[in-house]
Design a protein around this ligand. Sequence first.
Ligand SMILES: [Zn+2]
Ligand SMILES: [Zn+2]
Length: 372
Amino acid sequence: MNWDVVGHEKAIEVLGRAVEDEARRSHAYLFAGPEQVGRATVARAFAQALNCTLQPSPPAPLPLGEGSSSSGLRDEATASPPCGECRACRTIAEGKHPDVETMTIGGLCDESEHKDHSKDKSQEIRICQVRRLEHVIYRAPFEGRVRVVIVDPADALTAQAANAFLKTLEEPPEHVVMVLITARETKLPETVRSRCRRIAFGGAGREQIESALRERWDAEPEMAARLARLAQGRLGWAVDALNDDGALDDREEVLNEIEELMAGGDKERFEYARMLGDRYQRNSDAVRDLLGVWSDWWRDVLLTASGKEEMALASDRLDTLRSHASEYEVEGAVRALRALQDVQQHLDEHASPTLALEVMLLEMPRAAATAR
Ligand SMILES: [Zn+2]
Ligand SMILES: [Zn+2]
């Protein structure tokens, strides 16, 4: 019996103890770490463990003084796991348990003129959604033991909404546990962060992802190896790509686009920036993913320029990588990667997306043939 989660042993150890012993449970947790590494999966498993009705009783603690240390004797990932089969576990997995809810962009509010924001193009969690939550949260759980609220992504709370939410964080009802999920921790007000118990999430190792894809998602060995390499720790990305036939082709197309653009001049760069800026208004996640491919590409150029081409992700593009590496050298690749880092921050800070993207593309080095 275990938590049915790939990796994250440390997080599960802490959360398992919180399930076993109410005195060690916080009312609010901050799950901090990159997207698609499994933060929401662990949050859901935690909600299951807190409400599972068939949970095996925790093993009796070892008498003090016995064994070499008090911890580490037990397999950590087996601490108070949810059964996965009782009604509570199943409805939580399906997102239908009345006491477990995720507050997210486009979710419910209870103001008569709005009610739900799924149709507006909001990229934020609004104050009216927090107000609705305040009404719900003080009610005792309907079916379970603990009301669990997952805020994902917590950094999407507007300043106003975060401020309103702070009141709930300051005086949480006894029966509530809140999990705030974020990849951009510094965007959350310090007042909010300081009231949460922080749990750091990192990516999984390549081998861990590869074997999980094979054993749990029935991937062919060759595909599992390829996706694990590209995933760079993000199991969620690998699983999505496995289920989406076009994902790897799309990635190849973006790489072709990048190589074409780097061979072009400023005019093409401006056009591309405008196109991405427009797309960002409609679907910011898609543009963030695309910028991730840009970073992968420049990282490959950097590795190739530093004589470590065997570590490049796009191992099937070594010829072009080599010619770009000799063109831009280490210095140019570092400059480009810095521009990519800056653009993430500028986009987060609500600068005009097109402007931020133009700056990024103009800061990237130019090939000698196109430099002016
Ligand atoms: Zn259960
Ligand atoms: Zn509303």
